[in-house]
Design a protein around this ligand. Structure first.
Ligand SMILES: [Zn+2]
Ligand SMILES: [Zn+2]
Ligand SMILES: [Zn+2]
Length: 467
């Protein structure tokens, strides 16, 4: 007979614990979160006139006198169920800014909208994978010249997409690791300068004073950072042009189509950030890479060589659940320099992390907090940022979801809610983790089945309508 594993024994123990069924229910309610937080406490909603409790809840009756809540981590590598929720919120947030909904009128779909990709510059040649279904060599050269370190300047090999060499430098000694890390550390500021420059350029072309631009039109952005294989980020951004009232108003008719794209291209080429004067390196002037993509987004139903708003929202949402781990970095802060040699990463990523650590020790770069952000390879921006006018917020989406779960608020501001909560722990025993993973899997499966059924119904409805 097979002996019971530690997990099996733990599951048997759990199943015999009082309140096991309720615990399973709790884990189901948090979507099978991989690392739930346990809270202990109570909440009461009172009628201020009578002092009567209209609604009350306490964890006193819960198993272990505690309640599981979601960890809320956006990273799929940390918690798949919570990252899916975050991905869904991002999708709605981006899509409502493109096609309306969640408090944004659907007339925004008629405003000029672009999907823009801004890249990091080159910090030295890296190995490239062949485009799909092609046998294109990496970096072919006729000669066999080498750099001063004896590394070949070209590479005639054909690399598959998943070849671990892809994204790594041809010569690590020639690669500008300092420039790469400094660029990451200033990418947020470069983005801010870019958005300012777009508005300034628009004002100039339209013959308006910069301060008067807002009286005629509003430019709003939603952007997400994506790590490429070489460990450098890209920014993908949705840019929208509105009239003076924001999403509620159309831009004036004298704003010609194509103008936004022109201004974006000019602004991207012009802006730069100068780093502080560094003793060992001088001053770095940081700019965008030459690759710039700007494509109009078409509304649902339009045709042509443009992107559809659903596709753009899905694309952006995909990136918020991923981070530097896509480039082979780790998804946790690095506690000390002593850990760097033992990180499960490539030589290239280790060099980037090491550069963050080294530069992070320079007093003049202290504000960049490069050591705290070494696992992000120096980039410390939020994964998704947007201008206020763009659309709804994560907070509003969460509030709607919470209201949906607990029912509508009892009466408006006529009630008083009192509560007291404290943290009592987090995470799972091995058996609990196994059960939670099963719950998460079931939820995903059910959702997929529901989606397929919905698609089939729609398909059926359409076919039924055809005579
Ligand atoms: Zn979670
Ligand atoms: Zn190569
Ligand atoms: Zn070299």
């Amino acid at each position: 007979m097979r002996s019971l594993s530690e997990i099996d024994r733990d599951i048997i123990r759990l199943a015999n614990t009082p309140g096991f069924a309720r615990w399973l229910e709790q884990i189901h309610d948090v979507g099978g979160c991989a690392n739930p937080i346990y809270l202990s406490g109570w909440t009461r909603t009172l009628d201020p006139a009578t002092g009567e409790a209209l609604l009350s809840y306490t964890t006193a009756d819960e198993p272990g006198e505690r309640l599981a809540v979601r960890c809320g981590n956006r990273r799929a590598s940390r918690c798949a169920p919570c990252s899916r929720l975050y991905q869904g919120d991002t999708f709605h947030l981006v899509r409502s800014g493109l096609s309306g909904g969640k408090g944004i009128p659907d007339t925004v779909a008629g405003h000029p909208r672009l999907f823009v990709t801004l890249t990091a510059p080159s910090f030295g040649p890296v190995h490239r994978s062949a485009p799909e279904q092609s046998e294109e060599p990496c970096r072919p050269r006729r000669d066999a010249r080498c750099c001063e370190h004896g590394a070949r300047l070209g590479c005639g090999l054909v690399h598959a997409q998943d070849d671990p060499v892809v994204g790594t430098p041809l010569c690590p000694s020639c690669y500008d690791y300092t420039g790469h890390v400094l660029w990451h550390a200033h990418a947020g500021r470069l983005w801010d300068r870019f958005t300012t420059a777009v508005r300034r350029d628009l004002a100039q072309v339209l013959g308006l004073a910069r301060a008067r631009l807002r009286d005629h039109l509003v430019v709003s952005f939603a952007k997400v950072a994506e790590y490429q294989r070489r460990g450098a980020i890209h920014f993908h951004a949705v840019v929208r042009l509105d009239g003076p009232e924001g999403p509620r108003s159309a831009p004036p008719p004298w704003v010609l189509p194509g103008l936004l794209e022109e201004c974006i291209r000019r602004a991207a080429a012009q802006v730069y950030v100068d780093t502080k004067e560094l003793d060992a390196y001088g001053c770095y002037r940081l700019r965008w890479g030459e690759q710039l993509d700007a494509r109009p987004i078409r509304a649902f139903g339009d045709t042509g060589e443009t992107l559809r708003d659903d596709a753009v929202a899905g694309y952006v949402a995909k990136y918020v659940t991923k981070s530097a781990e896509v480039a082979g970095a780790v998804d946790y802060p690095i506690p000390s320099a002593a850990n760097i040699p033992y990180l499960p990463v490539s030589t290239h990523v280790r060099a980037l992390v090491g550069t963050c650590w080294r530069l992070g020790g320079l007093p003049e770069l202290e504000p960049l907090r490069l050591r705290a952000w070494a696992h992000m390879l120096g980039y410390r921006g939020h994964c998704l940022t947007k201008s206020r006018a763009y659309s709804t917020t994560y907070g509003q989406l969460r509030a709607v979801r919470a209201a949906h779960r607990t029912g509508p608020p009892l009466t408006d501001s006529q009630t008083v809610t009192e509560s007291a909560w404290r943290y009592v722990g987090h995470g799972y025993t091995p058996g609990e983790a196994e059960l939670a993973a099963g719950i998460a899997e079931t939820i995903t499966l059910n959702r997929e089945i529901a989606r397929e059924e919905l698609a089939r119904e729609r398909q059926g409805g359409r076919n039924g309508a055809t005579p």
